[in-house]
Write a protein that binds this ligand. Structure first.
Ligand SMILES: Cc1ncc(COP(=O)(O)O)c(C=O)c1O
Length: 383
């Protein structure tokens, strides 16, 4: 059997990327000005059904700016799930706030809403201004940041209800979930702002990049302003606040425009890959999958399986040039976040997922033969 390396999840450059990048190079519009940035922002916003989009250097700074603009300040709290990529927690710390970590649901791997609700009901109160205050230390919780882990989504109606009851804003970390919908509404459009990432392993990639989406014109304008050094007019160097140089450059936006043109076919391919693995791996050893609510149409971003044979399987696949990786390290296991408040009861789902989950190759460019090779090697390792 062919022994070529099968990567985990890599960019698929097969559309107009070369042509659009060449246009940037030919015209000299390679930097922060140029038509592709606005076009990319518009395409992402239109695709998800948001009114505005603001392109950024990466998804992490999209999260940082969204939190800052939602009013998160030093010593506040932001609620996040304990399993996520570290950027979610880091973006909270950039604002001077601290994350409160919530264990995830063992079935769908999203923030555990029972735990979230119980925690907010028992451990917080609303002050006279209506702020949600942690009883323990009197500090304010401002935002819930759901992370659509692996591109899946939780029960958003319930999450919104919980957030409303406690006067909390929602900022979505939709980095992994472009193309996923809940009740036909796109991820990223449920809260005040939603953030996407376009790094190399995402469903579409600009190499590095992010977009903030929002329906709030003022917030979108502020996001654009603060991510472009808060410069007030094109001529003079007058900046009216401490801004950030977080803008996406035109060359990368050009790649993004080409990628957006084929996003529908990428989502289709990811779903085919997910369906193939589910069909051929169901009943193999003790392999299990992330559950998906009926209301969720999942983009199948990073196909991940769960098995008690994680260690052997990871070794066997990687030895056979089939790149596979364990799940995100839970935030409470990282030195910077080990002392954060972690809401968990009984058995720790993040701990269990850390020990049992592994992501397997699912690039949109993977061939059917390669998919079969992955399945064969998983069976070889388990039997
Ligand atoms: C859940 C999550 N949040 C945030 C990010 C950060 O995005 P970026 O790498 O574009 O900064 C990523 C991806 O890398 C992610 O998977």
């Amino acid at each position: 059997m062919n022994n070529k390396l099968i990567p985990l999840s890599v960019p698929n450059i097969s559309g107009n990327e070369w042509e659009y990048v060449k246009d940037c190079l030919d015209t000299g519009w390679i930097s922060s000005a140029g038509g592709f940035v606005g076009k990319f922002e518009e395409m992402v916003a239109d695709y998800v059904g948001a009114k505005f989009g603001v392109a950024t250097v990466n998804g992490t700074c999209a999260l940082h700016i969204s939190l800052q603009l939602s009013g998160v300040k030093r010593n506040d709290y932001v609620i996040i799930p304990n399993i996520t990529f570290v950027a979610t927690a880091n973006s909270v710390k950039y604002t001077g706030a601290d994350p409160i970590l919530i264990d995830v649901d063992l079935n769908n791997w999203q923030m555990n809403l029972d735990l979230l609700e119980e925690f907010l009901t028992k451990e917080t109160y609303g002050n006279l201004k209506g702020d949600c205050i942690l009883k323990d230390d009197g500090r304010c919780i401002r935002v819930i940041m759901p992370v659509h882990v692996q591109g899946n989504m939780t029960d958003m109606d319930r999450l919104i209800r919980i957030a409303d009851q406690h006067n909390l804003l929602i900022i979505e970390d939709a980095a992994e979930a472009l193309g996923t919908t809940y009740k036909s509404k796109h991820s990223g459009t449920f809260g005040l702002m939603g953030c996407f990432s376009f790094n190399g392993n995402k469903i579409i990639s600009t190499g590095g990049g992010g977009v903030i989406v929002s329906d709030d014109e003022l917030l979108a304008k502020k996001a654009k302003h603060i991510t472009t050094t808060a410069k007030v007019d094109p001529m003079s160097y007058y900046h009216d606040e401490i801004g950030y140089n977080y803008r996406m450059v035109n060359v990368l936006a050009a790649i993004g425009v080409a990628q957006m043109e084929v996003l529908d076919s990428f989502v289709r391919r990811k779903k085919e890959i997910g369906a193939f693995y589910k069909e051929h791996l169901s009943g193999v050893g003790d392999i299990g999958f992330q559950t998906v609510l009926d209301d969720v149409d999942h983009n199948n971003w990073l196909f991940t399986i769960k098995t008690s044979h994680q260690t052997e399987l990871l070794k066997h696949l990687n030895d056979n040039k089939i790149i596979s990786r364990p799940f995100w390290m839970p935030m409470n296991k990282l030195p910077m976040y080990k002392d954060c408040l972690y809401v968990v009861t009984g058995s720790d789902a993040c701990e269990e997922l850390l020990k049992t989950c592994l992501a397997i190759p699912c690039s949109t460019s993977i061939t059917d033969d390669e998919l079969e090779r992955v399945v064969v090697e998983i069976k070889n390792a388990l039997y």
